[in-house]
Ligand binder design. Sequence first.
Ligand code: SF4
Length: 283
Amino acid sequence: MTDSRALRQFLKMMTASGISHLPTVTLPKPAAAPGRQLANRLKGTDPAPRQAPVNKSGSRTRLMSPDRLAPSSAKQPEIMETTHALLKQTFHTAEQKAEGLSTLAEAVTACRRCTELADTRRQTVFGVGNADAEIMFIGEAPGADEDRQGEPFVGAAGILMDKIIAACGLKREEIYICNILRCRPPGNRNPHPQEAANCREFLEGQIRIVAPKFIICWGTVAAQNLLRETRPVGRLRGQFLQHGDAKVMCTYHPSYLLRNESAKKLVWEDMKFFMKKLGVDLG
Ligand code: SF4
């Protein structure tokens, strides 16, 4: 038992015994959980430790002062600097990848590069799934459900996505899922080009850490932004394109399928084409 916990119990016992006029004692605050410390520093509510922790390679991680990491717009370059430093590391194991994603996600929570989105979002929606996945799904941007739950592809579109995943014999836990943007555009409007450019570094970070063999872009916005294309998804589907080391297939967004029942057949054709590349014949 720690000294402070023992002291708390002692004071409680004395009070219960009817002894009043106890001296006022200021107890030290319990230390924040390690996972929260970076987030707190980014929010400027927790002082940085005096000495940086040792990372897996045995060297010390460079830390910034809480003032430099405060989430005002003037501090945004420092958040990107943190991201750059993280992305100079290499990620080989699933554990290293999960840790890298977690650190990047913490940095994103303080991002205010897109002022309108940062002012209107409930929370950032970073990404979810297997950090060591061979398949990555990229959507457009968080909608209302995602903004509320903090997870991409939930709500009606997410349920349809789950059905597509199951029909392919895959599991959501095998896949890593994220979006072009990490904040919801108000009214679910399309991301502005500048917003997509602002968030590109985080997306590329996720791709670099997970290092998927395959990427599926869901919808025109995802396809055009990832591939720097101008053609709509209808002209990009039915082939494998390349992004870095990953082969990229494009198909329609589940939200579009909810409005256009007839497009479901096209997506199923795309998924059969995709799974065939993985050696699975869906008929
Ligand atoms: S969309 Fe991306 S770049 Fe823009 S504020 Fe959100 S996290 Fe930052």
